[in-house]
Design a protein around this ligand. Structure first.
Ligand SMILES: [Zn+2]
Length: 193
């Protein structure tokens, strides 16, 4: 699938907006990305999961593991396309862990799937948990990389469908505020999205 087709899927779902936004961090940005809004439509999730799954050879993978919550829906769709089981790691009092009776056999080849990666922190914590339980992370797949210039985030290969830098600015230093053309809006508030 072409990158423009992928971007259209996001834009049509209201998951990728262009304008002048106040992010939940309080910073301002000309772009707003909310993957949950594209994945809320099962047909989108299925198509995107199929695209990610097509990047790997099913014979190289024993199991898909995703960090909750962000990676759950897309992880499920990738697992479905590969016909492999999916388990997930989740935070318990802030610490990423494997719960719910999930376990890994020694040397299980694990594909780690996430929706959006930026610093890669959750994915790295997820891989640490996999390793502690005897699994072997072989690759990271994600829908969107928000920091494609970043290097050395993972110690295994990673691939994403979209590389999408989302710049953000301190509210006092926002060039969009300075231009004063578009008022800053919170995504999801009335009149947007
Ligand atoms: Zn601004």
């Amino acid at each position: 699938m072409q990158e423009q087709q992928l971007i259209s899927i996001y834009e049509d779902a209201g998951a990728l907006l262009t304008g002048h936004f106040v992010l939940s961090s309080g910073r301002h940005s000309p772009r707003y990305l909310q993957s949950a809004k594209v994945l809320m439509h099962p047909a989108n999730a299925g198509v995107l999961g199929g695209e990610l799954a097509a990047l790997v050879n099913p014979d190289d993978v024993d199991m898909v593991v995703s960090p909750a919550l962000g990676g759950l829906i897309i992880g499920h769709e990738v697992a479905r396309a590969l016909n492999k089981p999916l388990i997930f790691t989740e935070r318990k009092e802030g610490v990423m862990s494997l719960r719910r009776g999930f376990s890994l056999e020694e040397n299980t080849r694990v594909l780690v799937v996430e929706d959006v990666i930026t610093t890669g922190g959750s994915v790295c914590e997820c891989m640490d948990v996999v390793r502690v339980h005897g699994g072997d992370p072989i690759e990271v797949l994600a829908l969107v990389d928000r920091a494609p210039q970043a290097e050395g985030r993972f110690d295994v290969p990673h691939r994403t469908l979209l590389q999408l830098e989302v710049p953000s600015y301190d509210a006092n230093e926002c060039p969009l505020c300075r231009e004063g053309v578009l008022p800053a809006v919170k995504p999801g508030s009335r009149g947007t999205a």
